[in-house]
Ligand binder design. Structure first.
Ligand code: GDP
Ligand code: MG
Length: 233
């Protein structure tokens, strides 16, 4: 939906699956699902959230999103996932959609070379409009259609290596590697936070603290805030 050259997003809440949370949420990560139309982005999101294949995947104008709470390396993390939902046809996915994303699934269809050839453009958009530090996993979707394959695993894995992307072939139909793709991306973001490579407090990092108290716990020992709390003055 374009108004005066700008895309107008309507947010369509996707049913969220949030299992009871015994642990407090440690972080919230914003994820994007990007790639050419018809590659299976909405089906991947649906499979991840609902644990089943979306039969009637129709094109929606706007942005769909879903969220799921997962355990990553012993920490409870909420993934908030945004799906372009039809916008990709018009390449009018704007800065506001990309802004503040910590991770992305970059999807092509292994049975369509055209969708593979478009990857470079999607990658440029993600790194310029979201953040150069965005953690991206390349997903060669429709793995179940191996007989119709137009892109080999080897070719795509080389592309991934050259562009510093993680890589998996997935099937939103069978569910193969779908959870793995999201979790691998989340794990990498968490590792980067823990190693200090990613700063959750940087504007537009796509990362939020889940609980204010955890934020305090993360303060370095002897920092001003902690000292103040300890001496209670
Ligand atoms: N065989 C197969 N079909 C898929 C898979 N994922 C999606 N599809 C089909 O591909 C078409 C496009 O899927 P959709 O999720 O709407 O793609 P999007 O435009 O990227 O969101 C639909 O007809 C889906 O049923 C998959 O893993 N395997
Ligand atoms: Mg879609």
């Amino acid at each position: 939906m374009a108004v005066g050259g700008k895309a107008l997003f309507c947010l369509i809440p996707y049913r969220s699956v949030e299992t009871p949370e015994p642990e407090p949420i440690y972080f919230l990560f914003k994820f994007l699902v990007i790639g050419s139309a018809g590659t299976g982005k909405s089906c991947l999101l649906h499979q991840f959230i609902e644990n089943k294949f979306k039969q009637d995947s129709n094109h929606t104008i706007g942005v769909e999103f879903g969220s799921r709470v997962v355990n990553v390396g012993g920490k409870t993390v909420k993934l908030q996932i945004w799906d372009t939902a039809g916008q990709e046809r018009f390449r009018s996915v704007t800065r506001s959609y990309y802004r503040g994303a910590a991770g992305a699934l970059l999807v092509y269809d292994i049975t369509s070379r055209e969708t593979y050839n478009a990857l470079t453009n999607w990658l440029t958009d993600a790194r310029t409009l979201a953040s150069p530090n965005i953690v991206i996993i390349l997903c060669g979707n429709k793995k179940d259609l191996d007989a119709d394959r137009e892109v080999t695993f080897l070719e795509a894995s080389r592309f991934a290596q050259e562009n510093e992307l993680m890589f998996l072939e997935t099937s939103a139909l069978t569910g193969e590697n779908v959870e793995e793709a999201f979790l691998k991306c989340a794990r990498t973001i968490l590792n980067k936070i823990e190693s200090g490579e990613l700063d959750p407090e940087r504007m537009g990092s796509g990362i939020q603290y889940g609980d204010a108290s955890l934020r305090q716990l993360r303060q370095p020992r002897g920092s001003a805030a902690q000292t103040k709390q300890q001496c209670n003055c």
